[in-house]
Design a protein around this ligand. Structure first.
Ligand SMILES: [Ca+2]
Ligand SMILES: [Ca+2]
Ligand SMILES: [Ca+2]
Length: 165
């Protein structure tokens, strides 16, 4: 794995013990993966690869984005990824004891350190962020969460009004 990683900790397999979710943050390639602790001190962490050969995942979050009771993963790739994908995605959990995650791409515009929260108070998680340069750097990207994970883009002014800033 590259030196610059972004990490989150959550119990994504519902066994009462926390896992580590990791993604490469810089231009070095690595894996989006989750790591389960061994059963005791004599066992190492067990790696579960979600996707190999990814870079620039500046946004990483864990939450139940489709409200099915299983934790999902959000990733966003920096927009400065020449000629390659800059996906803003939710990886939906299949809810199994050893969960797998299927990517649902919400946008390809990229995002820099996107964040999550229920910003419109409708009891589902939303995602918002912005790029730091390029053609969409002045526009926040705001995605409505929910069962279908439908997305919409709103201007920074609308987002401010929603957040009452
Ligand atoms: Ca666990
Ligand atoms: Ca879920
Ligand atoms: Ca919401």
């Amino acid at each position: 794995m590259p030196e610059q990683m972004i990490l989150k900790i959550a119990d994504i397999n519902h066994d009462g013990r926390p896992e580590i979710i990791a993604a490469p943050q810089s231009t070095e390639a690595g894996k989006l993966a989750w790591y389960a602790a061994g059963k005791d001190n004599g066992h190492f962490w067990i790696e579960h690869t979600i996707k190999s050969n990814v870079t620039r995942m500046h946004g990483l979050a864990v939450g139940d984005f489709n409200n099915d009771g299983h934790l999902d993963i959000h990733t966003s790739i920096r927009h400065d990824h020449p000629g390659k994908e800059a996906n803003v995605s939710i990886w939906l959990s299949n809810g199994k004891t050893e969960p797998g995650f299927k990517e649902q791409i919400l946008a390809t515009s990229g995002s820099h350190f996107s964040k999550t929260g229920d910003v419109d108070h409708d009891f589902d998680l939303d995602i918002f962020g912005a790029n730091w340069s390029g053609p969409v750097n002045h526009r926040q990207t705001f995605f409505c969460g929910g069962i279908k994970c439908q997305c919409c883009q709103e201007s920074i002014e609308n987002l401010k009004s929603i957040l009452r800033l």
